[in-house]
Each structure stands twice: as C-alpha cells, then as structure tokens.
Design a protein around this ligand. Sequence first.
Ligand code: AP5
Length: 218
Amino acid sequence: MSTYIVMLGPPGAGKGTQAQNISERLGLPHISSGDIFRENLKGPTDLGKVAREYMDRGELVPDDVTIAMIRERLARPDCENGALLDGFPRTPAQAKALEEMLNEFDDGIDMVPYISVPEAVLIDRLTGRSTCRAQGHIYHVRNNPPKEAGKCDIDGSELYQREDDNINTVNRRIRVYMEQTEPLIDYYRQKNVLVELRGDQPIEKVTEDLMEAIRGDL
Ligand code: AP5
C-alpha cells in the first residue's frame, strides 16, 4: 500500500513550509498544485495562461483543469509509494475526484493534517513571504529569513515576492478559502483522517507535532 497525505489549511498556514520539511524524511514527493501552476506561468504553457487569470485574482483555477493536472502528476513513477499533497484538494469536487483516482490504484487517503492559524497571522505571513525562483523554497522576512538577503540558502537562486502575495489578493484568497475549502475540514473529520495541528507556533515545533502525528497514525 502507498501513503497519501493531504496538507490542509488556509493560505499562509505553513502547508508548503511543512511539506518541504517532511517530504524527504517520509520518502514521498511533495506535490504542490500552486507550484505546478507557477511553473506553467513561466513558459507560459496553455495551462499557465488559463491559470494566471484566476491566480492573479486570488480565485481558484476551475476544477476540471486542476483535477486533470493532478491526475497526470500522480500517475508519474515517483508517486509509486504515494505522495504528500499540498494545496489539493481545495473544493468538494476535487476531494471526490482524488478519492476516485486513488480508488483506481486500490488506495485511499491515509491522513489529512489540518494546520490552523488565526487570520491576522496569515496576512502578516503572506505579505512578508519570499519564494525562491528556482524551486519554490519558502522564506519570511522576519520569521524565517535567508542567510543572505534576496538569495535562497538551498540553491542560491533569487528570492521574489509572489504576485498574489499583495494585501488585496491575500484577503480575497482567505475569503475564497473560507467559502470553498473550509467545508473539507468536516468532510475529512467525518472520514476519521483529519488531525488538527496548531500552526501558530515556531516552524520547527509544528514540524515536530506533525511528525509525531504521522508516526502515531501511519
Ligand atoms: P497555493 O500556492 O497553493 O497558495 P495557498 O494555498 O494560498 O497557500 P500558500 O502557498 O500561500 O501558503 P502555505 O500554507 O503553503 O504557507 P507557506 O508554507 O508558504 O495557491 C496559489 C493559487 O494557485 C491559488 O490562489 C489558486 O489560484 C491556484 N491553485 C492552487 N491550487 C489549487 C487548487 N487545488 N484548485 C484551484 N486553484 C488552485 O508559509 C507562508 C509564510 O509563513 C512563509 O513566509 C513562511 O516562511 C511563514 N511561515 C510558515 N510557517 C510558519 C510558522 N510556523 N511560524 C512563522 N512563520 C511561518
């Protein structure tokens, strides 16, 4: 059996940060739907052109486009032992589609860590975030600064501010999360796979809590 973990939480909760911290330890590929869209914006590919208009507004890319993209990604050989999903699913239709995909592999979701963080903290985190151009490594101007300003510690590439990390788009993304993604908390709770973690603690402490929950559950 493979292991499928779905990171759930609002924009800025720390899903990407935590997934980057544990992916290697678990031996599971970190699959971030936002990172895949951002890779496609660079080309730009046809997918990138479709995604850009939604991402710039802080809206969700349509389900059919997003589901097809994740289906293709999960079918790749590096996912043979499972995957650590970050940012997908984020609508009930995406959650159902993921279940169908995993059913096809005779598998299912093992665990959904839900990282909860108060809204005021989210805004500070997102507007202070910088991201590495080459591989999406994540920093924060105060909470998690790079050793050298503007340069990624891991691969030396330039750090930039995501276009959707401005205050207006951040507010919109948080509203969209509340309307469209929050229902998944109950959905996964009812399926007995949800584990709630306090995200307003130091990054290393959240990682420790997360690893403890995974060891206890899987
Ligand atoms: P996406 O890239 O998924 O963005 P998001 O969900 O808004 O999540 P973020 O990446 O903003 O936050 P995060 O929780 O990963 O936090 P992070 O670890 O970076 O999506 C972007 C867009 O793509 C969407 O708006 C949509 O348009 C589209 N999209 C993506 N997936 C889609 C889908 N499934 N369906 C449809 N559309 C989709 O941390 C944030 C900051 O906080 C960092 O600076 C970090 O250093 C800091 N930080 C993290 N943890 C801590 C801590 N414990 N203490 C202090 N600081 C911390």
